[in-house]
Design a protein around this ligand. Structure first.
Ligand code: S3P
Length: 208
C-alpha cells in the first residue's frame, strides 16, 4: 500500500475535521448555557480557531454590549450581530459561540445551515438562572423579574433553538464531559456512525 492510501489516524477529532471540510461548528442556545466555555474546549480538541460572536461585535463596535444596547438599542445590536456572524462564517472553519439571540434571526439560521453544523446547548431554567446570576452584564436580564424574563425567552426561543442540527444537554457536570459528548455526537452525525454509548443517565430528556 502506498503512503497516500494509508488511512489517517483514526480519532473522533480527525473524523470530524475531515467530514467538516470548510464548514464551521456553531454553538447556539440561551445565555448561561456555556457556549463560550464548551466552544473554547471544542476548538482546542479539534485544533480549530475559536471565535466568540459577542467579543467580535464588541471589537467591531468599539463598545461593550451593554453600551451598544444603551446607546443604539437592541435592533441596532441585532443588525451588527448578524453582520459579524456572516463575516465569521465566511472566514473558514472555526468553532463559533453565538450570543443567545443570534439564532432567532432567520437570515442567520440560513447562513449557519449553509456554512456550518449547528449545536444547541440546552440547559434547563434552574441551571440557566444559577449561571446568569454570576454576571450582571446582560442587558436583556436587567429587568424587575429576571426569572420571568428567562422563562419568557425560553418559551419563545426553544422551538427555534430546536432547529439546530444537534442538541446537547448542558448541565452541572465537568465541562470535559459535555465536550466529550459533543465530539461523539458530532462524529455520529457527520460520519454516520452510531454514537459509541447511550445518552448519559443524568440527561433527563432524550435530546438527540
Ligand atoms: C443575548 C445574549 C448575550 C448577548 C446579548 C443578548 C440574548 O450573549 O449577545 O446580551 O439575546 O440572549 P450570551 O448568550 O453569550 O450571554
Amino acid at each position: 500500500m502506498s503512503d497516500a492510501a494509508l488511512p489517517i489516524q483514526a480519532s473522533p477529532e480527525a473524523d470530524i475535521l475531515s467530514a467538516l471540510g470548510a464548514r464551521s461548528i456553531v454553538l447556539v442556545g440561551m445565555m448561561g448555557v456555556g457556549k463560550s466555555t464548551i466552544g473554547r474546549r471544542m476548538a482546542i480538541r479539534l485544533k480549530l480557531p475559536f471565535v466568540d460572536a459577542d467579543t467580535e461585535i464588541e471589537a467591531a463596535a468599539g463598545m461593550t454590549i451593554p453600551e451598544i444596547f444603551e446607546r443604539h438599542g437592541e435592533p441596532h445590536f441585532r443588525d451588527g450581530e448578524a453582520r459579524v456572524i456572516a463575516r465569521l462564517l465566511d472566514g473558514g472553519p472555526v468553532v463559533l459561540a453565538t450570543g443567545g439571540g443570534a439564532f432567532m434571526r432567520e437570515e442567520t439560521r440560513t447562513r449557519i445551515a449553509a456554512k456550518a453544523i449547528s449545536i444547541w446547548l440546552r440547559a434547563d431554567h434552574d441551571v440557566i438562572m444559577r449561571r446568569v446570576r454570576r454576571r450582571a452584564d446582560r442587558p436583556l436580564l436587567q429587568t424587575a423579574d429576571p426569572e420571568g424574563t428567562v422563562t419568557r425567552l425560553l418559551t419563545e426561543r426553544e422551538p427555534i433553538y430546536g432547529k439546530a442540527d444537534l442538541t446537547i444537554a448542558s448541565r452541572d457536570v465537568p465541562h470535559d464531559r459535555i465536550v466529550d459528548e459533543t465530539i461523539e455526537t458530532l462524529r455520529a452525525h457527520l460520519c454516520g456512525q452510531a454514537a459509541a454509548s447511550e445518552p448519559p443517565a443524568d440527561v433527563a430528556s432524550a435530546v438527540r
